[in-house]
Ligand binder design. Structure first.
Ligand code: GTP
Ligand code: MG
Length: 201
């Protein structure tokens, strides 16, 4: 699947801009700067498909990408604006948060939310809020630890364990927590395999 073409479809700034779609859709969600756009690029092997930046608040719209042969796409990827702190006016950040929350709760083709969490920091309050919201909306989600190249491996393991343990009380959470690095490619084969099972054949 990830060897097939991937193309930008559109960026949407409000719910009415979302196209009707039957394609299984995967959303990349998480705090600002956690590495959502970088993971979209790393998975697809395209360095500049999604725009990334050191500055939190880079992605300001829901960016949709479709994956698969031209004319017969198999999967839609949605790169979301980040939750939480961003270098942007509060009114803008609030608007993205409303957009992302409404999208997450009410997007019919959404099959799985990848909740990205920095492997140096583990789950934060805003992550738990999103998890509670997804549990309530019965939207399937999976936690993906990012930037695993940064901390020492023992520290990653501790965060991995703690994150897995915290999922027990979350009804809509996938029990497996993936550990990834967009920098080294660690964990990407497992994530590609998981998404391959959700894609159209
Ligand atoms: P927003 O769109 O602002 O919410 O951010 P984002 O979650 O899309 O993060 P983005 O992909 O733009 O990455 C933020 C920063 O983290 C960039 O400087 C990336 O180069 C860096 N980064 C992302 N993934 C990794 C990783 O796996 N390892 C390392 N070392 N850096 C990473
Ligand atoms: Mg981004």
């Amino acid at each position: 699947l990830f060897a097939q073409p991937c193309a930008f479809l559109k960026g949407v700034a409000d719910l009415s801009g979302l196209p009707a779609s039957d394609l299984p859709e995967i959303a990349f969600c998480g705090r600002s700067n956690v590495g959502k756009s970088s993971l979209v690029n790393a998975l697809t092997g395209r360095k500049t498909l999604a725009r990334t930046s050191n500055t939190p608040g880079r992605t300001q719209e829901i960016n949709l990408f479709y994956l698969g042969p031209e004319g017969t796409p198999r999967l839609m990827l949605a790169d979301l604006p980040g939750h939480g702190f961003a270098r942007a006016p509060k009114a803008k950040v609030d608007a993205w948060t409303r957009l992302v929350n409404a999208y997450l709760k009410g997007r019919p083709p959404l099959r799985r939310v990848l909740l990205l969490v920095d492997s140096r920091h583990g789950l934060k309050a805003v992550d738990r809020t999103v998890m509670g919201m997804l549990d309530g909306a019965a939207v399937n989600y999976q936690v993906v630890l990012t930037k695993a190249d940064k901390p020492a491996s023992a520290a990653v393991q501790r965060v991995h364990e703690a994150t897995r343990a915290a999922l027990a009380e979350h009804v809509a959470a996938h029990p497996d927590v993936l550990v990834t690095s967009s920098e080294t490619g660690a964990g990407l084969p497992d994530l590609r395999a998981a998404l391959g099972e959700i894609a159209l054949p």
